[in-house]
Design a protein around this ligand. Structure first.
Ligand SMILES: Nc1ncnc2c1ncn2[C@@H]1O[C@H](COP(=O)(O)OP(=O)(O)OP(=O)(O)O)[C@@H](O)[C@H]1O
Ligand SMILES: [Mg+2]
Ligand SMILES: [Zn+2]
Length: 504
């Protein structure tokens, strides 16, 4: 007899259905799994065998074949254990019924406990999309799916619970979906009020947050670069539900299952020793890297020149495309990575080049080498370049706090609303995501602004990319000012933040 159960596999951050067919026939005892299983799937044999015995069922001494369909896609991980075990029980008659609309997800322990797996959120979304009536998941994965409605989701801790549920669905209670509400007030322990002075860097941060632009800060040690960057999340607009789902899917696939829905924009700050795989993703399971974990949020690279140049350069294409393709011998997956890149660095190795009181001890060669660690094409992808100068004693010792994050955030949210309204038919939500044709359509300038941009194009030797990026930043500055047309002041401020001459 052949039993058919439904489960799911992962392809990037999306799930696809997998039919688990179990066939038990006469003949010499054997157990085989076919359909491109990886090592973890093959080990299901031992887990399912023990889990069955230890849950009070017998393991058939017959010829067993498990087929995972579709056969041409690699099946990864222990997620199919639960479906296989239920297939066994259907074959030997312990379980009967039509389970074609029931998804089964879960790894098993030898004692029959159902263990958490990666990617339950995308699997639940897929099951709902396919019109499944129920989904059985490991109890520890429940937090990530608690916002999913229109499908009955049953968290279970043990195989026996799952069996009871399938035998008598009336008795069981599915999760009650929670309604999503955007977090208006987030409780951050830090605030822009802590930052004294530094008006221009603060302004750059506000523009970056309002349009989702990339930002680079340069300044001597202790001037407050890291401090500013850490406060960026406190002024970003709240995460929308769709964005929250995307972020949670990525975390779920990255092997941090069971977390609550992501409620705040991610802020990822990988160390400069991070490898290519850690940053861009890959490895044995093709998991997402920091770049994708920062999706819809901020990727902060502190001490930028300390990062390996090759690793930095590998981020160039993903930063442009907002997605990254990770390829290995065992397949290719694409993860989203729409991030705000924020970088901080010193002006030179010793850190004091251009400092008002301290002398720089670097040789010209050292300064050159330091700067050349960051490639021109990477710099070209950064819209806002800002100097964070050493702060004076007078400024630091003033009692007056800086403007609080809440006030800045209110302006950022207002500017973002204008953008969302303007781009509602374009499928984007912020100026940083404008394509070149969209820039032409939406970034209209006054004649004086046009004139200035024309002059500067030659003077600054702008690249085509630089030209579009300046227009996008100017669009954001105009949005912060509530202006529909880009005016002279907006373009000139955008140009001031494009100061990367020392690098060419
Ligand atoms: N503008 C400021 N207002 C208040 N405190 C400041 C300011 N700038 C720096 N500080 C204080 O100095 C400390 C060091 O600042 P921070 O770590 O941000 O410097 P940095 O620019 O990142 O330096 P480095 O280049 O060495 O990484 C902060 O934790 C803070 O206490
Ligand atoms: Mg720092
Ligand atoms: Zn120096």
């Amino acid at each position: 007899m052949v039993a058919r159960m439904m489960s799911f596999g992962l392809m990037g951050i999306d799930a696809f259905p997998v039919t688990v067919e179990v066939d038990i026939s006469g003949g010499l005892p054997a157990f085989e799994i076919v359909g491109l299983p990886d090592a973890a799937v093959k080990e299901s044999k031992e887990r399912v065998r023990s889990a069955l015995k230890n849950s009070g069922y017998s393991f058939p001494a017959k010829r067993i074949t498990v087929n995972l369909a579709p056969a041409d896609v690699k099946k990864i991980g222990p997620v199919y254990d639960l479906a296989m075990l239920m297939g066994f029980l259907c074959c030997d008659g312990s379980l009967a019924g039509d389970f074609s609309g029931v998804g089964l997800i879960g790894e098993l322990s030898l004692l029959g406990e159902v263990r958490p797996v990666r990617g339950v959120l995308p699997m639940a979304l897929k099951a709902r999309e396919m019109g499944f009536r129920a989904l059985i998941i490991p109890a520890d994965n429940a937090p990530e799916v608690q916002y999913i409605d229109q499908i009955a989701i049953y968290p279970v801790r043990h195989v026996r619970e799952a069996v009871e549920l399938l035998m008598d669905p009336e008795k069981a209670r599915p999760l009650t979906p929670i309604q999503f509400k955007a977090e208006e007030e987030e409780d951050f322990q830090i605030d822009f009020a802590d930052v004294k002075g530094q008006f221009i860097p603060r302004r750059a941060m506000e523009i970056a947050a309002a349009g989702g632009h990339n930002l680079r800060m340069e300044g001597p040690p202790g001037s407050g670069k890291s401090m500013l960057a850490k406060r960026l999340p406190t002024i970003l607009p709240p995460l929308e539900f769709e964005e929250a789902l995307e972020c949670t899917k990525i975390f779920s696939v990255a092997g941090r299952p069971g977390q609550d829905l992501c409620r705040t924009r991610p802020f990822r700050s990988p160390h400069h020793t991070a490898t290519y795989v850690a940053l861009c993703g890959g490895g044995q399971n093709l998991t997402p890297g920091e770049l994708s974990m920062a999706h819809n949020g901020v990727l902060f690279l502190d001490e930028l020149p300390e990062f390996t140049p090759q690793v930095l350069d590998s981020m160039r294409a993903p930063l442009e495309d907002n997605e990254i393709t990770v390829a290995r011998a065992n397949g290719t997956v694409t993860y989203p990575c729409n991030v705000m890149l924020v970088c901080a660095m010193n002006p030179c190795k010793c850190g004091y080049l251009g400092h008002p009181t301290k002398a720089c001890t670097c040789s010209p060669g050292e300064i050159q080498r330091y700067r050349h660690r960051i490639s021109g094409p990477l710099l070209d992808r950064i819209d806002l370049h800002v100097e964070v100068p050493a702060i004076s004693y007078e400024e630091l010792s003033t009692k007056a706090p800086g403007e609080p994050s809440s006030a800045i955030r209110a302006r950022v949210i207002a500017a973002r609303k204008r953008q969302q309204e303007r781009y509602k038919d374009e499928g984007i939500s912020k100026n940083a995501d404008l394509t070149s044709p969209m820039v032409k359509k939406y970034c209209k300038l006054t004649p004086e602004a046009e004139q200035l941009l024309k002059q500067s194009f030659d003077k600054l030797e702008l690249s085509a990319r630089g030209y579009y990026r300046i227009l996008k930043v100017a669009r954001t500055i105009a949005d912060l000012a509530g202006a529909e047309l880009i005016e002279l002041a907006h373009i000139s401020e955008a140009l001031r933040f494009r100061n990367i001459h020392d690098y060419e």
